[in-house]
Structures are given as structure tokens and as C-alpha cells.
Design a binder for this molecule. Sequence first.
Ligand code: CP
Ligand code: NVA
Length: 301
Amino acid sequence: MTNLLKLMDLSAKEIIEILNTADQLKFEKKNRIPHRLLEGKVLGLIFEKSSTRTRVSFEVGMFDLGGMSLFLSSRDLQIGRGEAVQDTARVLSRYLDGIMIRTFAQEEVEALARFGTIPIINGLTDYCHPCQVLADLMTIREIKGSFEGRKLCYIGDGNNMTNSLIVGGIKLGMDVSVACPKGYEPDAEIMKWAAKNGNFVCTEDVFAAAADSDVLYTDVWASMGQESEAEKRKKIFKSYQINDETMKAAKSDAIVLHCLPAHREEEITSTVFEKHSAEIFEEAENRLHAQKAVLVKCLRD
Ligand code: CP
Ligand code: NVA
């Protein structure tokens, strides 16, 4: 049994294995090659926050793999009325073969894993978004062909996406730069680890961060749960945008990625978004293939 709680828990070799499986599953899906890798398995999907891509990719993914999924909104579960996560974990472990959970606190995901006896997959917390970054890395390799020495630049809020991108990028030998306003930096421990283990920079200077990048990445200025700060953040993050000027600082063949949903004219201009929409929607499609690879790794006996 394997959990996917955060990318820090995976070695570079394990990440590459997941990406290789994802590529293989993408090829099989495109060529309609059937398989039943998770025949008879049932995955529970607990959502305490909204989702389009994560929910649909895991549901379709389980179907493609010969299993099934149950969508469990916290609005309906007893967990939403205060039933202890320890009890939920022990009950659901008796019905299901795995759980994907999207929630606020990373600790809740870790607690599910501690008390449950089935694989737990992190579908996003305030701390990290490992499933998204596996799809991002898959997309980078698909388009750029390699990781070593390539530069990944993230512009915007030092949030869950940033934390996972730093870990994934550094583990695979990419140079990683982050541009964010003071006070909105990524997790301090992750930054310390990144500086020790690779080529990592965090700066307030968008153009310095973007210089010579192969991949430019951004995400919303206000994440789920930060809705009340949205107006304040619009002012603070105003200059932390991927636009034509930022693109000029990057390599001429740089790609643009966005985990989505996007807020056009906030973290990215419509012009840049549409110009790079082929990459961004390939990335969104790759959620399906990458999530299937995660499911195979975590749920297969
Ligand atoms: N990128 C991502 O996780 O999208 P959803 O919030 O729609 O699942
Ligand atoms: N940082 C965003 C990512 C959404 C996929 C959020 O947490 O809302």
C-alpha cells in the first residue's frame, strides 16, 4: 500500500516511474488499448473544496482502470458535521480500496493516512498539490523532452502549487525561481530544502525570476479559502502577472503552464493565456493520465 501525501515523500526515481506510467496510459487511451489494472477496486473521493479537473480526472480514471469511484462531498458526510477524521478513516478503510481527499489542512490528510489502512491520495491541501504537479512535470517532459538544467519560473502567490512545483522541479534537476511579494513566499522549510538540494531562487523581482526560463507558471492570487482576501490581494499582486513583458524575459521558446482555474487579466493576461492555450490544455488533459498513474501506483496490489 502506498500513499501520496506530498511530493517530498517520493524519490526522483519514483516520480519518473509515475511519469513513465502516465505516458504509457496516455498512449493506451489514445489507441483504445483496454486494460483492467484496478478491476473491482473502489476509490472514495472526499471533497471539502470545489473541483473540476481533480474530480473528473479521478472519476474517469477509475472507470478507465476497471474500478469505480464514489464522490463524497463534505457537505453530506458526517465529517462535515464534526465526526473525527480518525473515525472516518477507520470506517472508510473497511469499505473502500483507497481515498483521494481535497481539504484545507495537510494534517487532516496525514491523519487519514495514520488512522486508515488503505492508500490515501492528496488531491490538494493549503500546503501542496502533488497530483497537479505530476501532470505538470509530465507536460514539461512531453514538450521540452528533458528536465535537467531547464529553468522553471513561478510568478505569483507562494501557495500550495508553488510548494509542490519547487519540490518536483528541484527533485528532477530543474532550476527553480519564484517571484512573489514579500510576506507571500512559499513554505520556509521547502525553500530551505530547495536551496540545499538544487538551484533555487525566491525574489520580489518578476523579471529576474523570469530571465531565461523554459517554463513560466502561475496560479490564482487568492486560493480556495482566501476569498475574503481577494480584493486586498489584487492590489498586492498587481505586478505579479505573466504578460507580454514577462514573456520577453523568458526564452523565446518558453512554454506557459497554469493549473487552472485561471483569472484572466489578474495572474495572466488573456493574450498570453490564449497564445499558450495548447500547452495549458494539454496540461489539463494530463491530469487524467497522471492521476491514473498515481492510482496504479497506490492501489495496485
Ligand atoms: N487544477 C485543479 O486542481 O483543478 P480543480 O480545482 O478544478 O480540481
Ligand atoms: N492555489 C489554488 C489551486 C487550485 C487548483 C487553490 O488552492 O485554490
